[in-house]
Design a protein around this ligand. Structure first.
Ligand code: FPP
Ligand code: MG
Length: 409
């Protein structure tokens, strides 16, 4: 057995693979989503929570890379293609669809970055210079070149992400997004919903043009998960409101599924073996879970001006996230507040002061660190890199697991 394989069969990675099997087999029905939540939670409870995780990795790996810079040029051309692909001859729809793709409004572009880094991590060589020029062929036109198809997958991932945010802001009646007015705030709910639908339509055309039925299934399941997650959040019963497993299953659906299935699709397009596709999926899933738990922490601890959206938004919207659920295990006074979705006057302030008396924030930080560590383990256990470029991309994927933990917005 190779050292790499031996390392991959023990400790944290064993737990990661065990839970990835449960989730990989079934993520579409609501009961299997609940099972996934329980599996994720069990894996967390039985694994050793990493102490000083960030420093440890820096020391062990020795080399530091700025992860976003590794594929920055390629992310720029994907952004250019995105601006091109959301354009339409209908003026109101064009303004709406382009709203979050304008220069300076694109956000972190985390999803295209992850997709392209995963492409590089599995690639035998760096993309040739001609692939660093924007591909402006129509969405419906099939691109035979592997890297171009992976770039299109990066684009599809971002289209789905932005579409879900446009719909989410209508559901949440949000006034701001990325530090500016929300699209529903500027153009109204109907246009915002239709603009989201339009982005999904454009994503569907690109996806079909990949001519790979497995990626069509994976990315279509993401849509199902996004809707399921949103409905799970809206319709949670009293028991589910207090249940960390339900929170984790909902979080997989709302946040991690897109990262997981985009990463898997990249590996599928590359013709990788099923175990490698599983590792890519598992990386995306663990990273997505870490990302969302940090998001939940920032909602309680960050400032509105840095976040670009109101702070304490989750509590005000009636949501009990990981830090609150951990806090409620120690502080029973929080339970009635969670059950009435913090709707009585003074509930949000009272909840904050109760949370601060507990280890809720620290335990949520540990949960995020656990999933970040699992994601990094997945990269370390990939089959040996075939080029320097792949090695650097892997290092960048690991560094992103650190960045997710230390981000401020
Ligand atoms: C942000 O949640 C929202 C999501 C991650 C997904 C929302 C999904 C839907 C509205 C279902 C429809 C899906 C599609 C593809 C059209 P949040 O409110 O917790 O985060 P926020 O603070 O960024 O708003
Ligand atoms: Mg929202």
């Amino acid at each position: 057995m190779s050292l790499r394989k031996a390392a991959c069969q023990g400790g944290l990675l064993g737990a990661a693979l065990a839970s990835s099997c449960c989730a990989g087999c079934s993520t579409s029905s609501s009961s299997s989503i609940e099972t996934l939540g329980r599996a994720l939670h069990r894996a967390f409870l039985t694994a050793t929570v990493p102490q000083g995780y960030i420093q440890t990795w820096a020391e062990v790996r020795g080399r530091q890379v700025e992860p976003f810079s590794v594929v920055q040029q390629e992310v720029e051309i994907v952004s250019e293609r995105l601006r091109h692909s959301v354009s339409t001859g209908i003026p109101a729809l064009k303004t709406a669809a382009e709203y979050f793709f304008r220069h300076g409004m694109e956000g972190k572009r985390l999803r295209p970055t992850l997709a392209l880094l995963m492409s590089s991590a599995l690639s035998p060589s760096a993309p040739p210079p001609e692939y660093l020029q924007a591909d402006l062929r129509p969405a419906a036109e099939h691109a035979p070149e592997l890297r171009r198809r992976q770039q299109r997958l990066a684009e599809i991932s971002e289209l789905i992400h932005v579409a879900s945010l446009l719909h989410d802001d209508v559901i949440d009646d949000a006034e701001t997004r990325r530090g500016v007015m929300s699209l529903n705030g500027v153009m109204g709910n109907k246009t915002a919903i239709l603009a989201g639908d339009f982005l999904l339509a454009r994503a569907s055309v690109s996806l079909a043009a990949l001519r790979n039925s497995e990626t069509v299934v994976l990315m279509s399941q993401v849509l199902e998960h996004l809707v399921s997650g949103e409905i799970m959040q809206m319709t949670a019963t009293s028991e589910q409101l207090l249940d960390l497993d339900h929170y984790l299953a909902k979080t997989y659906c709302k946040t991690a599924s897109l990262m997981a299935n985009s990463a898997r699709s990249i590996a599928v397009l590359a013709g990788e073996a099923p175990e490698v596709c599983d590792m890519a999926w598992s990386y995306g899933r663990h990273l997505g879970l870490a990302f969302q738990v940090v998001d939940d922490l920032l909602d309680l601890t960050g400032s509105s001006s840095v976040l670009g959206k109101p702070a304490l938004n989750d509590l005000r919207s009636g949501l009990a996230t990981a830090p609150v659920l951990f806090a409620a295990q120690e502080e029973p006074e929080l339970r009635p507040l969670i059950l009435r979705r913090f709707k009585q006057e003074g509930d949000v302030a009272l909840a904050m002061s109760l949370i601060q008396r507990t280890q809720g924030l620290r335990r949520a930080e540990e949960l995020a660190a656990h999933h970040a560590k699992m994601a990094a383990e997945m990269i370390r256990c990939l089959p040996a890199a075939q080029s320097d470029h792949a090695e650097i991309a892997r290092e960048a994927l690991v560094q992103i697991t650190h960045k997710v933990l230390t981000r401020k917005k």
